[in-house]
Design a protein around this ligand. Structure first.
Ligand SMILES: Cc1cc2nc3c(=O)[nH]c(=O)nc-3n(C[C@H](O)[C@H](O)[C@H](O)COP(=O)(O)O)c2cc1C
Length: 171
């Protein structure tokens, strides 16, 4: 797909078919995340793949959202340690920025592969860490189901227009 087509096609999906995505596709998606830029090329993000149906169920429980998520066949959970990126730069810690860039690469690559995702930022971090045996120093920043959508959505049409968000030369 053309890059701008992928950008327009990416949507958050909350209902998935049970079919497991093909391993080659999963690997290509992860490789897109691997190639993303990070602070001083520190590459601190780690990805945990969950396909064991029991684990997948446990993760759904740890997400515990009221939204009508239909169970997807698998999850990708992204983690990063605070020390895995720039710390205290103008009072900012960059590990969540690195994470966002890598995870969006992953999500756009999934779109290119015809797969559905939904970035999940609301979940019980302690529970997810316990389920996936994630070492203490890592933070779980986001996770996504991965699978085929039950029904494809249309293009994005609910964003603010450019003139509302862009300031040329000064704010
Ligand atoms: C950082 C982040 C966290 C999000 N967390 C959740 C979440 O916990 N649950 C959920 O259903 N959607 C979540 N979303 C999806 C957004 O609600 C969604 O991207 C937004 O409504 C725009 O819709 P679209 O992705 O279909 O274009 C999250 C998105 C981002 C970028």
């Amino acid at each position: 797909m053309d890059f701008y087509e992928v950008v327009k096609k990416r949507r958050s999906y909350r209902a998935y078919k049970p079919d497991m995505p093909e391993k080659e596709k999963i690997e290509r998606i992860l490789d897109a995340a691997r190639l993303a830029p990070t602070w001083a090329n520190m590459q601190g993000i780690r990805y945990i793949i969950s396909q064991d149906p029991e684990k997948v169920k446990e993760i759904w429980r740890a997400v515990g959202q009221k939204t009508k998520f239909t169970e997807a066949p698998m999850f990708i959970t992204g983690v990063v340690a605070e020390s895995g990126s720039g710390t205290n730069v103008n009072g900012l810690k960059y590990f969540t920025v690195d994470f966002g860039i890598c995870f969006e690469h992953l999500i756009l690559a999934a779109t290119e592969e015809g797969l559905a995702t939904c970035w999940i930022g609301y979940f019980n971090e302690e529970k997810v860490k316990e389920i996936l045996e994630i070492p203490k120093k890592y933070r779980v920043i986001g996770l996504t189901p991965l699978g085929y959508p039950i029904k494809e959505k249309g293009e994005i049409n609910d964003r603010r227009p450019l003139e509302k968000i862009v300031h040329w030369e000064k704010f």
